[in-house]
Design a protein around this ligand. Structure first.
Ligand SMILES: O=C(O)c1ccccc1N[C@@H]1O[C@H](COP(=O)(O)O)[C@@H](O)[C@H]1O
Length: 207
């Protein structure tokens, strides 16, 4: 099975198009104001419309008011929502749009139970826990905390980069990987060479 790769935090159409040409399967647009990758609805729309077909356009939210998510969905063509905060299963299911749920992995957290609670999610995204910041931190975590028997497709993220992604894919065998900081030259500024190397590293990881 070939690994899927999501590149998160695109901020201009040209970089999104390049990432698609390098083989990205999904591209993430951030709607979380404190993030350096936050987009206005207008800019997000121009990026989403530039993305070629058969690439999943993902909108990322963190504990956003429902009417804000609705207004983004009205203005921006999105295929999938990524909820990266403490959203309830009822909230996540209320937008009539497929979603993935992010969880910040910590010792003692029962990830199988978490999947059962979010059973409507299309996948579970496992990220690092960093006090005070919901994600996009570049921090990694102990992959051995992820059980083998997760009932949802696993999307591995948190501190991945072109150097460690092949090891992550070979060891953890996730359905997909997701990256933001690891393919940037500075906070919020993507690096095309790193995006290309990350995608190649993930897709050519030893089986
Ligand atoms: O990218 C962001 O700015 C962001 C903001 C708030 C929550 C999540 C965010 N991104 C997601 O965080 C993880 C880990 O990213 P990193 O590669 O460690 O920087 C990833 O799933 C991003 O989609």
């Amino acid at each position: 099975m070939s690994i899927r790769v999501k590149i998160c935090g695109l901020r201009d159409p040209e970089t999104a198009i390049q990432a698609a040409h390098f083989g990205a399967d999904a591209l993430g647009l951030v709607f979380y104001e404190p993030s350096p990758r936050h987009l206005s609805i207008e800019l997000a729309r121009s990026i989403a419309l530039a993305i070629p077909p058969f690439i999943t356009r993902v909108g990322l939210f963190v504990d956003a008011p429902s009417d804000y998510v609705q207004s983004v969905l009205k203005g921006v063509p999105l295929d999938l929502l990524q909820f990266h905060g403490n959203e309830t299963p009822e909230y996540c299911s209320s937008f009539n749009t497929p979603y993935i749920k992010a969880v910040r992995v910590r010792p003692g957290l029962d990830l199988v139970k978490y999947c059962q609670i979010y059973c409507q999610a299309r996948g579970l995204l496992c990220d690092a826990y960093v006090e005070g910041t919901p994600g996009g931190t570049g921090a990694g975590f102990d992959w051995s905390l992820i059980p083998d028997n997760l009932p949802l497709p696993l999307i591995l993220s948190g501190g991945l980069d072109p150097e460690n992604v092949a090891t992550a894919v070979s060891k953890v065998r996730p359905w997909a990987v997701d990256v933001s900081s690891g393919v940037e030259k500075s906070k919020g500024v993507k690096d095309l060479a790193k995006i290309e190397a990350f995608i190649a590293g993930a897709k050519n990881a030893p089986k």
